[in-house]
Design a protein around this ligand. Structure first.
Ligand SMILES: [Zn+2]
Length: 269
């Protein structure tokens, strides 16, 4: 499932393949993927335009054309982008294809149809309308704002970290990594976190996501002391070699080390 670091990678990929290039044609291959307007309308709006800017927020990629409007691509559970030069190379599950006047085409690939595409004049308004929180890696998103969002909140830390309405861009995997590195049990109540622990969650979130963006979300290339390369059934903790455990939180499987990550405040750090 693409999380924010993968979408950051797609944004860089989009810039490399599509920015500054004139669109010869835009073709919706499956109309069910389009939201908010008719497929034909989207095709017409894009054809003849040139992409001039991109923007990313959580799992959304926005690409502006010289007409002023922004193409929206949401990657859902397993969407991705694929650029190719030769039509024989068109990928499977191609749902939306942009061909460029200078040759080459960029496909929005989405096997399970769980994402969507559309058009907007105002990405900021769309983000606001969806009630999405600040984007985790936005440099303007600082600890002061993080603290305002989290302090005084009821409930457990893990579902709050994954709640896109609080912070956009932390999914299930990266939440597990952040909580392991800060030695906090995923079911720990936010109210019981010390100030030091909350600050540590914030700093670690930025650090983990930056590392993930640098490595395009390729978990295999993460540092070995990270949790994610070890996160699987019957694996052992990279810090203490205790067997990892799982627990279902908000419908998703959480992995943690029962020895390193405690529910009680002050037991670790
Ligand atoms: Zn451990």
């Amino acid at each position: 499932m693409p999380e924010m670091p993968e979408v950051a990678g797609y944004t860089k990929y989009f810039e490399k393949c599509a920015l500054g290039r004139k669109i010869a044609s835009a073709r919706v291959r499956d109309a069910r993927i389009v939201r908010g307007l008719a497929a034909g309308e989207l095709e017409k709006e894009l054809t003849g335009r040139t992409f001039v800017a991109t923007r990313q927020h959580g799992k959304y990629l926005f690409a502006q054309t010289d007409g002023g409007k922004w193409l929206i691509e949401h990657f859902g559970m397993n969407g991705r982008l694929w650029y190719f030069e030769d039509y024989g190379e068109a990928p499977k599950f191609d749902r939306f294809l942009i061909s460029f006047e200078s040759g080459g085409a960029l496909s929005y690939v989405n096997p399970r149809m769980l994402g969507w595409i559309g058009l907007t004049e105002d990405p900021g308004g769309l983000i606001e309308g969806k009630g999405l929180g600040p984007s985790a890696l936005d440099p303007l998103f600082d600890y002061g704002e993080f603290k305002r969002i989290f302090s005084g909140r009821k409930g457990e830390i893990k579902p709050a970290l994954m709640n896109q309405k609080l912070v956009a861009g932390v999914g299930n995997l990266y939440a597990d990594e952040i909580l392991f590195q800060t030695r906090i049990h995923p079911e720990m109540h936010i109210a019981r976190l010390s100030e030091k622990q909350l600050k540590s969650v914030f700093d670690t979130m930025k650090e983990v996501l930056r590392t993930a963006v640098e490595r395009n979300g390729d978990i295999g290339s993460f540092p070995q002391e990270y949790f994610l390369p070890h996160r699987r059934k019957s694996a052992t903790c990279p810090a203490c070699e205790n067997e990892l455990e799982t627990v279902k939180i908000a419908g998703r499987t959480s992995y943690f080390c029962p020895r390193c990550q405690k529910k009680e405040p002050g037991q670790n750090r």
